[in-house]
Design a binder for this molecule. Structure first.
Ligand SMILES: Nc1ncnc2c1ncn2[C@@H]1O[C@H](COP(=O)(O)OP(=O)(O)O)[C@@H](O)[C@H]1O
Ligand SMILES: Cc1ncsc1CCOP(=O)(O)O
Ligand SMILES: [Mg+2]
Length: 264
């Protein structure tokens, strides 16, 4: 796994795929910096007048409903339709699904029109999309990833896609395969937007690897290892964010091996 991961990371760095993000106001800056640090090129564009053109240029489309407003929904649907026509992978982040009817219903509407390559959310969000009665506090999960395994499988079958449930241990399924990613650090959920960063990195890896589940596994492993490397230098969430970007930029093959990848 380590060699395949390294190959994908090198491809991201060499090919610098454009990742088109329709994402939330909270994380636009962190996400763009993380994509640049890993070697991809970010662009944030959400005007309905330009999204089709922008998506057509991209290696991956990331749709994130974190600060949803009605006028964005048409832009998201248009971008997703363009991606489908052109075979561009879509990665979908249902931020806060389950917290409000607007968020949950919009996810159903968008996903019902165009299925993504990958859905990446926390356990509460994935359970909400699967119809489980789950209490969710805004954008943070109230459950561990393993509690969402049945929900993840249901979504993987419903949309024929890969599903990533993030948490202390990430769970990844696509209906046929299941992977766990154990890397990571408890400081990570103390930095806003690292879930959205994970989704964007899944987009960057999907741009270079057509096997969506493998691409997602590689991205989530990179997230976890960089979280561990950053936490070793951080004094708290503020410096964690800065060290995380540096760790993404500097990540090398030796660090990947030293961080004990789990081949299951
Ligand atoms: N307690 C934890 N220990 C280690 N890693 C974590 C922990 N919680 C989250 N992570 C990692 O932080 C990143 C963001 O995940 P998460 O916090 O679940 O997303 P979200 O912000 O969407 O809720 C992922 O890479 C995940 O593996
Ligand atoms: C706090 C917040 N509110 C709306 S979007 C957002 C960012 C959520 O980012 P993440 O899910 O990556 O923590
Ligand atoms: Mg999130």
């Amino acid at each position: 796994m380590v060699d395949e991961l390294w190959n994908d990371l090198r491809r991201v760095r060499e090919e610098a795929p454009l990742v088109h993000n329709i994402t939330n106001f909270v994380v636009m800056n962190n996400t763009a910096n993380a994509l640049l640090a890993v070697g991809a090129l970010p662009v944030m564009a959400h005007a309905v007048e330009e999204v089709a053109e922008m998506t057509a240029l991209a290696g991956a489309l990331v749709i994130n409903i974190g600060t949803l407003a009605r006028e964005w929904i048409e832009a998201m649907a248009t971008a997703m339709a363009t991606a489908r026509e052109r075979g561009i992978p879509i990665v979908f982040d249902p931020v806060g699904a389950g917290a409000t009817t607007f968020r949950t219903q919009t996810c159903f509407d968008l996903l019902g029109r165009v299925a993504p390559a990958v859905i990446r959310g926390n356990a509460s969000e994935i359970m909400a999309l699967a119809g489980s009665a789950v209490r969710t506090k805004g954008v943070d999960s109230s459950a561990a990833a393993d509690a969402a395994e049945d929900a993840a499988l249901l979504l993987a079958r419903r949309y024929s896609c890969a599903v990533v449930v993030s948490g202390a241990v990430d769970l990844l399924v696509d209906g046929k395969r299941k992977f766990l990613v154990r890397n990571g650090h408890p400081l990570m959920p103390k930095v806003t937007g690292l879930g959205c960063t994970a989704t964007a990195l899944v987009g960057a890896f999907c741009a270079v690897n057509g096997d969506s589940l493998t691409a997602a596994r590689h991205a989530m492993t990179v997230m976890g290892i960089c979280g561990e490397l950053a936490a070793a230098k951080a004094a708290g969430p503020g410096s964690m964010q800065v060290h995380f970007i540096d760790a993404l930029y500097n990540l090398d093959a030796e660090q990947l091996r030293a961080h004990g990848l789990d081949p299951r």
